[in-house]
Design a protein. Structure first.
Lengths: 119, 772, 350
């Protein structure tokens, strides 16, 4: 409760931050990124996906850390570990189920294509 | 005992008698043997040739018992006779009676199968003697004849032509026997079991207080059971449910064994057989094994960790009550005549096609409720074990049974959401016609297999790991020493739990999934043997260092060690992909998983029943009946499942309602397969009957058993410190027991991991735990 | 087995009514049994209502009955909890959760299972998204024939992200969920203010108003979802916006449906020949509706919980001693928000 971000109340700061990031997300989809994408050799859809994924991560952390009290409380450390416990099982699931479609190989980058788990 | 009590008892007995009479009589007689495959002779071309005509003469329209008939088999047509080195051959098979040769032109391939000899291949007609059976059932004769041209140069078979003839000889009287709908038999048996169960419930209510028996007291008594949130009562309810469905699943298995007792049998058609093995699997895993485990977990875990109750008692009640309702949904198909017929694995896309029986929707719905139940159980037990251990009981002072329940619940809890999501997908596909597994729309059937086995493989460890815990408890108590290698036991269980999530692909080796995944799961599956082996050797070493007391639960534990090890060894054939492709879908698989599930889980939980029954009820079980139960069950169990290995290796296929030992069909099994199958079926009945001894023992001991002391076996974990049966709440919440250790300074020394945890933990003097 | 109902209990809490929390953990309750029967009936009758997409209205009354049974069970459950004032809040002993409230640990364990549920749904999505070619790729490749449906993946974002107006309901929903997360923590903050530092009447009003605001935002979320899925809306003529279209169609009226194997969209017309590409988009629609629908069901569950919390807050039951209940609900609610953080970009934008 006594947490502060930049000297302001943590809940409010978090709230402003989340609103800002969501606005950026919506804008990234609406804006025409075609020329930027060509500049770095990607399609517009790819660059949108990257922007969305990259923004989702801080949003995720902000909600978990501030609103769910995984930062700055007495019990934050141990509850963060609890929350991270399923990570291994989620990774296994995503790798084994999400990324092994028999036809999926062609649309994946090399490093996660079925058959090339670096083996 | 008052006169009134006697009259009540008589009333109950007459009620039981009336129920037995009113319930429709069961008529289940096989309709005889038929259905020999007609793929014909595969060494002389695959298609029958119409220019050849085979015939059998000398057979009567209907036969007399044990009478002897002269049979002549012959054929006409085919390649020209002139100049041929050989003329032809035949194969005759009869479904009953015995055949005998008359001269050297014929030979016998079995009591009821005959063929020509090399001397007899220059003729087109052969004579045999057939002795009719005594039974009076219809007999089928199947004749294959081959008209050959004798050209030996090119393998001898080009230009050969064959034909088939089939003759039915009526028996006397067998034809009038009515056929029974297997589902009626099953439904009747389930209802009889249900009636018996209710009678037992009423009887228990009566025995509860025979002197003050009054019907007015029945409502509050039953209300107490229906609404209770006490972990011991809920444990008992789980236990009753588990044993009831163990019986129901057993009955289904027996009916399947009746069907498989002889080759070509038609007692249960393929359509019904599909439903029987589906419901057998689902019942045994979800409605028998899991509730039995949950029952013991409910009873013993809070007692072993010194907690007054579970963390969330009302959620616990919800976990239980979801189960009987789910069971009703799963069985709706049986009572409406169209049960689920997909196998317990319910493979897509068949499971979502309209060709399946209507019961599949409710089968999925019932399992969705079981998923909800298991999730709630998981929340409850994980939280309880993490937060409610008595003072002084660190993680590495927890008894091994509690550890096993912790590991099992963790596996179950993290894997079952995948299954739940898969089931909801199937349920939605079948109701509102979503397209998850609609192949025409691009749906991927393998996705279901992935989601199912992501759950399914941890699930099979979920049912075996608690048995490990039981065995560890029993063997330590019986050997009168602490378990050998406590920490390695814990790490082994945790290792099994972790590895279980990355091995599931071995169920899908033949499915065409990603080759890399196949390779990974092959390696990790072989890894499973390591922690399991550690556990086996620890148990052996515990016995080696101790001095074993042979009680019934000790015997079951020793039985477990033998059968589970055998099951584990047969399991090590499967990770090898090449061997798996051969053994896939054969009875070798059936033998393997019954060796680990029955010889492992069920034996383990029989040990648990004998071990903890005195604690639960305050009455000792009868040891003589117990030993008799063990001996009969152990022998019949091995006779039941051991031959299946051999049948599997020679290619007997599972999930198929019958098998053939004759005709030249290449799928036919050797003749001895029929004898082994008969042995298996007989043993199945013996195994079922011997388990009734346990039920008798439990009921008898409940009424007249010797009063049990608090610690009958000399165990030293917390549950033996309470009275038998324990009070409610199990421990006084304001005065919890404390675990003391003689080597306290060593035992409470935190490990490196423990030191890390300690840095993260909330201090005792923190204001109001988190100060929001 | 020989327990007599009246023997060992010196107080007699009714299995229907409020618990006596002063004596520790809850005693007897009809709620679990009734809830189980209700949910069983619901699944049974839902299976009767729809069979492979065939609707049979005869089962509709039974579906309502089963929902009522479940509601009754929940009311019993909540009624028993109304008397909870925070005096019974056991804390963990031992490593590693020492001194943390047991129920809080329970909620976090529950969230683990929720994480696995949504991982399964996302794995399903990834598998299909990678395995099935996109409709516009197929269209551009020209590998299709007029009149023959091709199976391809048409993400909902193709329709939703096509204009600012189409994306408006989803975008507003995103903000609604973030704001509602914020109002929940504000309610918790007011409930937690130390006794004496704040007027109790002010506390009561603040807490229940913040919770009521959360309730309204959650309801707004589901309403907008219905508009986006089924209803659509009309944009009035506003000069400076220079709109091309005034009727914003719902996904339903665009034909984005789970049973549509002959999907035609205006942008799949070959301008040279005038031929239409017809697509089977059942899998894409299924994934969209079921994944966002699962999230919607979680929001609905949150609304039920909020109804109870708001009512209890209105009676003034929340104070620093009992405020943790709001926190436990909040954990669930923030998790639902977290899931939306992932669902929104991958189902609505990408």
């Amino acid at each position: 409760m006594s947490n502060k971000i930049l000297g302001r109340d943590a809940y409010w700061m978090n709230f402003y931050g989340l609103m800002l990031l969501t606005l950026i997300e919506v804008a990234a989809v609406g804006a025409d990124l075609g020329s930027t994408a060509e500049g770095i050799g990607m399609t517009e859809r790819q660059i949108t996906l990257w922007i969305l994924t990259v923004i989702a991560i801080p949003k995720f952390i902000m909600i978990a850390a501030i609103f769910m009290h995984l930062w700055g409380e007495n019990d934050s450390g141990i509850l963060t570990l609890t929350a991270l416990f399923p990570a291994f099982f989620i990774i296994i699931m995503v790798l084994f189920i999400g990324m092994t479609h028999p036809d999926g190989g062609t649309s994946l980058p090399d490093w996660c294509r079925p058959g090339t788990y670096g083996l | 005992m008052g006169e009134r009590a006697v009259s009540r008892r008589l009333a109950l007995i007459s009620l039981m008698a009336i129920a037995m009479i009113v319930v429709p009589a069961v008529t289940s007689l096989p309709s005889g043997i038929s259905g020999v495959k007609d793929t014909g002779c595969n060494c002389h071309g695959t298609e029958a040739d119409p220019s050849v005509t085979a015939s059998i003469s000398g057979l009567p329209e209907s036969y007399n018992a044990s009478e002897t008939y002269n049979v002549t088999v012959s054929f006409t047509g085919g390649p020209a006779i002139d100049g041929n080195a050989n003329l032809g051959g035949f194969n005759l098979w009869a479904s009953g009676g015995t055949l005998a040769t008359q001269d050297s032109s014929t030979q016998l391939w079995g009591p009821s199968e005959a063929s020509h000899t090399s001397e007899g291949n220059d003729q087109r007609s052969w004579s045999l003697v057939w002795t009719a059976p005594e039974s009076g059932s219809d007999v089928d004769f199947i004749l294959h004849t081959n008209s050959v041209n004798g050209n030996e140069g090119d393998g001898g078979s080009s230009g050969d032509m064959w034909a088939k003839a089939q003759v039915k000889v009526l028996g006397f009287g067998a034809a009038e026997l009515p056929e029974a709908d297997p589902f009626k038999v099953l439904a009747t048996l389930i209802m009889v079991s249900g009636v018996l169960l209710s009678i037992v419930v009423l009887y228990v209510f009566y025995r509860n207080n025979p002197e003050g028996f009054e019907w007015q007291r029945f409502a509050p008594w039953i209300t107490e059971w229906l609404t209770s949130t006490d972990h011991k009562k809920i444990g008992t309810l789980y236990f009753v449910q588990g044993l009831f469905f163990l019986g129901v699943g057993g009955i289904m298995a027996l009916m399947m064994r009746v069907q498989l007792a002889s080759p070509g049998n038609e007692f249960i058609s393929q359509d019904y057989y599909n439903q029987f093995f589906t419901l057998h699997g689902t019942t045994m895993i979800f409605l028998a094994a899991m509730p039995l485990i949950a029952g013991f977990a409910n009873w013993i875990v809070p007692l072993q960790i010194g907690a007054p109750d579970l963390a969330f008692p009302r959620l616990n009640a919800l976990s239980f009550w979801l189960q009987p309702v789910a069971a009703l949904l799963i069985f709706t198909g049986v009572f409406s005549g169209a049960g689920a017929d997909t196998g317990w694995t319910g493979y897509a896309p068949y499971v979502v096609t309209e060709n399946t029986h209507a019961g599949v929707s409710m089968w999925a719905a019932g399992q969705i409720m079981l998923v909800a139940s298991s999730t709630l159980t998981g929340i409850n037990f994980l939280t309880t074990m993490a937060v409610m251990r008595a003072p002084g009981m660190g993680w590495f002072q927890m008894p091994l049974f509690t550890w096993s329940i912790l590991v099992a619940n963790l596996m179950l809890f993290l894997s079952i959401p995948a299954f739940g999501v898969g089931l909801i997908q199937v349920y939605l596909d079948r109701t509102i016609a979503t397209a998850f597994y609609d192949v025409a729309s691009g749906g991927d059937p393998l996705l279901w297999s992935h989601l199912f086995w992501y759950f399914g493989h941890p699930e099979v460890y979920v049912v075996i790991v608690p048995a490990f815990g039981v065995i560890s408890e029993v063997i330590a108590t019986s050997a009168r020493r602490s378990i050998f290698g406590y920490k390695s036991m814990v790490y082994a269980m945790a290792g099994i739990g972790l590895v279980s999530f990355i091995v599931y692909g071995h169920h899908m080796f033949t499915s065409g999934m990603s080759p890399a995944l196949r390779f990974i799961t092959m390696l990790t599956t072989m890894l499973v043997a390591v922690p399991t082996g550690i556990k086996i050797f620890n148990w052996l070493k515990t016995m080696h260092g101790g001095s074993l007391v042979y009680r019934t639960h000790t015997l079951w534990t020793l039985g477990f060690l033998v059968t589970f090890t055998l099951g584990g060894i047969s399991g090590m054939f499967f990770p090898s992909m090449a061997l798996d492709v051969h053994l896939h879908e054969t009875y070798f698989v059936v033998a393997h998983f019954h060796y680990v599930l029955v010889g492992g889980t069920v034996f383990g939980f029989f040990a648990a029943i004998y071990y903890w029954y005195p604690k639960m009820t305050g009455r000792m079980l009868d040891e003589r009946l117990g030993v008799l139960h063990f001996l009969t069950a152990f022998i019949s169990y091995n006779a039941l499942f051991w031959p299946m290995h051999r049948l599997g290796v020679v290619g007997m296929i599972r999930r198929t309602h019958t098998y053939y030992i004759t005709t030249d069909d290449f799928q036919a099994l050797p003749e001895w397969a029929a004898d082994w199958n008969m042995l298996i079926s007989v043993s199945a009945f013996l195994f079922f009957a011997s388990n009734l001894l346990l039920v008798v023992n439990m009921i008898k001991s409940l009424i007249r058993g010797e009063k049990a002391p608090a610690d009958p076996w000399g165990g030293w974990s917390f549950e033996w410190m309470t009275s038998s049966p324990p009070p409610t709440p199990s421990f006084d919440p304001h005065n919890l027991p404390e675990l003391k250790d003689a080597n306290e300074h060593v035992a409470n020394e935190p490990s490196r991991l423990g030191q890390m945890f300690r840095r993260l933990m909330v201090d005792d003097d923190a204001s109001e735990g988190g100060s929001h | 087995m020989s327990a007599d109902y009246h023997d060992h209990d010196d107080h007699h809490p009714s299995p229907w009514g409020p618990h006596d929390w002063g004596h520790g953990a809850p005693h007897n309750s009809w709620s679990p049994l009734i809830l189980s029967i209700g949910s069983g009936m619901f699944l049974l009758t839902l299976g009767g209502l729809f069979t492979f997409g065939e609707y049979d209205g005869r089962y509709l009354p039974m579906v309502f009955v089963s929902l009522c049974v479940m509601a009754a069970a929940l009311i019993v459950w909540c009624r028993q909890d109304m008397s909870f004032d925070g005096s019974y809040e056991p804390r963990s002993v031992g490593v590693p959760f020492k001194n943390i409230q047991i129920r809080k640990v329970g909620v976090w364990v529950f969230l683990m299972s929720e994480m696995m549920i949504f991982s399964s749904l996302f794995s399903t999505y990834m598998r299909y998204r990678q395995g099935i070619p996109r409709c516009d790729t197929v269209f551009e490749s020209g590998d299709w024939v007029e009149g023959v449906a091709v199976t391809c993946f048409e993400p909902a974002s193709k329709l939703i992200a096509s204009s600012w107006w189409h994306i408006a309901p989803g975008a507003i929903n995103t903000f609604a969920l973030i704001i509602s997360s914020f109002t929940v923590v504000q309610a918790l903050r007011w409930a937690n203010k130390p006794v004496g530092s704040v007027d109790e009447e002010v506390r009561r009003k603040r807490v229940y108003r913040y919770l009521a605001a959360t309730w309204c935002l959650a309801t707004l979320f589901l309403t907008l979802k219905m508009i986006e899925w089924f209803i659509g809306f009309h944009v009035p003529e506003i000069g400076f916006l220079g709109l091309h279209e005034h009727d914003i169609h719902s996904l339903y009226s665009e034909g984005y449906l789970i049973n549509n194997d002959h999907y035609q969209a205006h942008h799949y017309v070959d301008e040279a020949t005038g031929a239409h590409m017809v697509a089977n988009i059942q899998v894409s629609a299924t994934l969209f509706y079921v994944t966002t629908g699962t999230h919607g069901v979680h929001v609905f569950g949150g609304i039920i919980g909020l109804t109870y919390l708001t009512y209890k807050a209105w009676t003034g039951a929340y104070n620093p001693q009992s405020a943790v209940s709001i926190e436990y609900f909040g954990l669930y609610w923030h998790f639902v928000d977290l899931v939306w953080v992932l669902v929104f970009p991958f189902f609505y934008l990408y």
